[in-house]
Design a protein around this ligand. Sequence first.
Ligand SMILES: Cc1ncc(COP(=O)(O)O)c(C=O)c1O
Length: 450
Amino acid sequence: MLGKSLPKIITALPGPKSKEVIDKRKTAIPGGVGCSAPCVIKRGEGAMFEDLDGNIFMDWVGGIGVLNIGYSHPEVVEAAKAQCEKYFHTSINVVHYPEYIELAGKLNELVPIEGPKKTMFINSGAEAVENAVKIARKYSKRPDIVVFTGAFHGRTLLTMTMTAKVKPYKFGMGPFAPGVHRCEFPYMYRRPAGMSEADAVQFYLNKLEDFFLEYTAPENVAAIVMEPVQGEGGFIIPPIEYIKGVREICNKYGILLIADEVQTGYCRTGKMFASEYWKEAGAAPDIMTSAKSIAGGLPISSVTAKAEIMDAPGVGEIGGTYCGNPVSAAAALKVIEIMQRDKLADRANEIGKKCMERFNQWKEKYEMVGDVRGLGSMMAIELVKDKASKAPAKEEVNKIIAETAKNGLITMSSGVKGNSIRFLMPLVITDEQIDAGLDILQKAFDQHIK
Ligand SMILES: Cc1ncc(COP(=O)(O)O)c(C=O)c1O
């Protein structure tokens, strides 16, 4: 059974059948839509997929955080099929349909925002962030938003503007949307040398207060938008004390706090949503976005907020033709049911614990493993030239990713400097598969770093 198997490479990569498709891709698809994996998928199950040439890979990227529930979960397949037989599409702006309404109700129960909530659906993470900002502006009647260094919020004009990294995400694609200001994110591994974590929290909070003196007045700011763990930025985890400080600043100035949970949501961090950690600390967000793993791979995304905030836009001011597609909504309801029933948030914590034990050993063993970090099973290893300089080791990261792929393990880089390896394995992965993946990774480290 593919879902329980281990990686097995039986051809040179890419194999001949994969190569034929990859060659066609080069002429059919623009190079700007990137991909580096040396294989073409034939079918996937759990954390594994088989390529056209019969090679078996383990996927620790999961379609970039989309496959928390694994490939082709049979119950989700059934739910989607059953919905397809009833109707693929009708717009929620034209005819009411129960799947949209039920899913909204479910998210209103689960999203860790205080008080009565409402939810709308769109199609992608970027659209969710765009709508969250539109709604925040409409509600607050303020024009500006604050985002962070290292942030990633999407590729549309507004969300590309909100995204930090210039190359490759923004270069040559301006001018950008107005009203977006960027403050420094608390990157604890790279905080000023000698500073304690507690002092660093205050240091970064002071930066946020000072920022209001030079960039925009807090009375102009509709929302501060934050990822609970920065995704593309390198899986950087802000201390909860920092979040509490941001919440206080938001309260002080009447600014809305938006948690962008596009990558952190749906059990990845050991909770259904990472901002549950915020809420437990008394720092719940006002608005939350989600996407990616919500429907196991079918396109749908969400914005949830306090009801009064969500009700700020008038009829027709939010929405869109495909938003909240019935097949995606039916799949999402099943995904959430399975996640709760099978306790995938707890499993994320177990996976995280198991991996972090090995990662911490590697931090001792290799001079070039600078930092290992994780929340639940949203984990990364940051490679540096040496521990003292912390100079980013991007080339080595690329070599390791190529090497693990050769041995059947798909991994991906992240970070503004591209020097972190991120892990987003499906949460249905078995212990045996985790061990096999860690062994492949260690072999690649032995070959390519000191
Ligand atoms: C935190 C975050 N926000 C927004 C997005 C954009 O999502 P999408 O690619 O679905 O537009 C991403 C995608 O990686 C993300 O990680």
